[in-house]
Design a protein around this ligand. Structure first.
Ligand SMILES: [Mg+2]
Length: 298
């Protein structure tokens, strides 16, 4: 009996390179001994439905597209009774998760990883009920133009942009927030914050800590307080740039669940893909909820 795979691809995305690689990718799957059911996405949300409604005989779901497509496949899988591993062939512009898991950027090699790789149980995040893959952040895009937003999709780019801005002006928009995690409650004014499960995010490696694990059930949280003087702006910048955290200016902690309550609706983004305003946000780490294929150990 051949192993059965569902292969979902999105050829409608901006940078979809799948069209020219489709034949090679399918041959990789066949050579690995799979019988394939191909499901081309026609519209947003298709991957959720394909996975959620899949029959039980599928042993593997592979999806090709951007982080958004992968997020859909995961969302569908979390709603399934019969869960199976997901293989991922990235072809978007921001693929923090693929980088973090060493999934090849070459699509044919990624197909090989999806077919014969090992299974890794990765933590995914839940943001007010929606799934995100590696980063949520607030206040990182408010007053930039749409064009700048498109160019600076990643949380990292936006963080740097904001820091540059802080250098030029002292008046920065801040948000008054109550933050609760474990048994702690913080109330303060913040200029921005990030909640991540990523080793590579923004090269801010030492701030999130060198002991970042993608399967420990914990997020790294950074909350940057509102600097109250030029001196404090400089200290905050130094703290972020040298990556030596000064608790006077920055909160830094690990947690599995954190809630944010603001006095107004504040702008949030996740995985650098979606932007929306919320007054209350609950973020939860779903420990090892995603079984994803990674390159096999030799
Ligand atoms: Mg973690």
């Amino acid at each position: 009996m051949k192993k059965k795979m569902m292969f979902i691809y999105n050829a409608h995305e901006e940078k979809a390179r799948i069209r020219s690689k489709l034949v090679e990718i399918i041959e990789v799957f066949v050579q690995a001994g799979y019988e394939i059911t191909v499901m081309p996405m026609q519209k947003q949300g298709d991957a959720i439905a394909f996975v959620r409604e899949k029959e039980e005989y599928f042993e593997l779901v592979v999806c090709s597209g951007s982080d958004v497509t992968l997020t859909e496949a995961i969302t569908g899988m979390l709603q399934c009774k019969h869960k199976v591993p997901i293989g991922y062939i990235p072809c978007g512009s921001t693929n923090d998760l693929a980088r973090g898991l060493k999934i090849p950027s070459n699509m044919v090699k990624a197909a090989h990883t999806a077919a014969v790789g090992d299974v890794f149980a990765y933590d995914v995040g839940r943001f007010n009920g929606e799934i995100f893959l590696y980063a949520a952040a607030f206040a990182l895009f408010t007053d930039v133009s749409c064009e700048v937003r498109r160019e600076m999709k990643s949380v990292h780019d936006r963080m740097l942009f904001l820091l540059e801005k802080m250098k030029r002006q002292t008046k920065i928009k801040s948000y008054h927030l109550k933050v609760r995690f474990d048994d702690v409650e913080i109330e303060d004014d913040f200029v921005f914050g990030t909640i991540t499960n990523s080793r590579t995010l923004g090269g801010f490696r030492r701030i999130t800590g060198q002991d970042v694990a993608l399967d420990d059930g914990l997020f790294e949280v950074i909350l940057v307080k509102l600097p109250k003087s030029l001196f404090e702006i400089r200290k905050t910048q130094v703290s972020l740039r040298t990556r030596i955290v000064d608790p006077t200016y920055i909160y830094c902690f690990k947690t599995s669940k954190v809630t944010f309550e603001a006095t107004e609706e504040i702008p949030w983004t996740w995985d650098g893909e979606s932007d929306a305003f919320y007054q209350k946000v609950e973020i939860e780490n779903l420990n090892k909820a995603l079984e994803i294929k990674i390159p096999p150990k030799k």
